[in-house]
Design a protein around this ligand. Structure first.
Ligand SMILES: [Zn+2]
Length: 377
């Protein structure tokens, strides 16, 4: 392998680590904010409970004051009763006293109610205080952990950045520019040449190109995706084994009733090779179409009534091959106008496996062939 290619491989690894660390660091403030929001909720609950206890206390005082007033009135009536002249007047005063006594009993009952409530409230306040205390401690710990992770990430990031800068200096400027341009556009600037294909875009390489990459004497780029190609002899052996194994181990069969279904079609009008994805959303079906090799979306996201098999019959011709693959719709929306290379890889690999499966002899055919072979020898 060319030394420059080796450095580019190391650079690609560094770029990937740097991206991962940057994303992790960027996500941390959000995590801390979520933790603090939870704490604020617990604090609000405690304050509400305390306010309720305070209101109970105020009510109790009000009832006590009312009782005192009533008792004052009663003793006044009693004083007056000493001076009354007629039986009628006496009866009227007695009636007033009885009424005040009844009012006192009502207020005493109210006080009793409030006092029973107060016990419950007190327990509630104590529980809320304990919860807040435990949560505060927990949150401090979580924040500390977040700070620790960020610091560690930042240190790792600095190390990777230094390594990246060192690697960049050792690579021919033209090659580096090409790598960065392709990486910016496609997410990766390097691709392995394996099984006569560019693993970045899954396009077959011309035999001469493939041999040039294998020889490792010059820089070769994929004509289709422009990624810089490299060859790893260790993988080639594995690829051959994988092809063997693929005959034995079947690929998982896509579920016929899945709400999301991916298809490959080699003969889409105008566009040629495409990947199509249908999603059943209740009474409607949604379709997205992408160019097979670049993963670029074309046409609008189409919505029709009915499940996708009924809604898009013209797309599901006999040439359509059902593929394994599932992503959340939100994630697909986030892709924008291009399937990211990792998702595209999954689909390409499954298509390869599906094609192998279609062209592989069945078990019966293989047994027949070996029987013939035995008979001939
Ligand atoms: Zn390519």
């Amino acid at each position: 392998m060319l030394p420059d290619i080796e450095k580019l491989l190391a650079l690609q690894l560094a770029d990937k680590e740097i991206r991962k660390l940057q994303e992790e660091i960027a996500a941390l403030p959000g995590r801390v904010a979520a933790i603090e929001a939870k704490l604020a909720g617990t604090r609000a609950h405690l304050e509400k409970t305390r306010a309720a206890a305070k209101a109970d206390d105020a009510n109790r005082k009000k009832f006590e004051a009312t009782i005192q007033d009533l008792q004052g009135k009663i003793s006044k009536y009693r004083d007056q009763s000493l001076d009354v002249k007629t039986n009628e007047q006496y009866k009227a005063l007695l009636h007033e006293i009885q009424f005040a006594e009844q009012e006192i009993r009502i207020n005493e009952d109210r006080i009793l109610e409030v006092m029973v409530d107060a016990e419950v409230r007190e327990k509630e306040v104590k529980a809320a205080e304990a919860e807040l205390k435990a949560e505060t401690a927990e949150i401090e710990q979580e924040k500390e952990e977040a700070r620790r992770v960020t610091a560690a990430d930042q240190q790792k990031l600095a190390e990777w950045n230094a390594q990246r800068d060192g690697l960049r200096q050792g690579i021919a400027p033209d090659l580096l520019r090409h790598y960065e341009r392709v990486a910016r556009f496609r997410g990766s600037g390097l691709a392995e040449a394996l099984d006569h294909k560019c693993m970045g875009c899954q396009v077959m390489l011309r035999p001469q190109t493939y041999n040039e990459v294998r020889n490792g004497e010059q820089v070769v780029v994929c004509e289709s995706c422009q990624r810089i190609l490299y060859f790893d002899p260790a993988h080639e052996v594995k690829a051959e084994n994988a092809a063997e194994i693929a005959h034995v181990r079947r690929r998982p069969r896509p579920k016929a009733d899945a709400a999301q279904a991916w298809f490959y079609r080699p003969d889409y009008p105008e566009e040629g090779e495409v990947l199509m994805v249908f999603v059943n959303r209740g009474d409607t079906a949604v379709r997205r179409i992408y160019e097979m090799h670049t993963g670029r979306q074309f046409g609008d996201v189409l919505l029709r009534e009915g499940t996708y098999r009924l809604a898009f019959p013209e797309d599901l011709t006999d040439s359509a091959i059902r593929l394994n693959g599932h992503w959340e719709e939100e994630e697909m929306d986030a892709w924008g106008v291009e399937i990211p290379s990792d998702a595209l890889d999954v689909l390409h690999k499954d298509l390869l496996a599906a094609n192998r499966e279609r062209h592989a002899p069945t078990h019966k055919e293989r047994s027949a062939a070996s029987a013939e072979h035995t008979a001939a020898s």
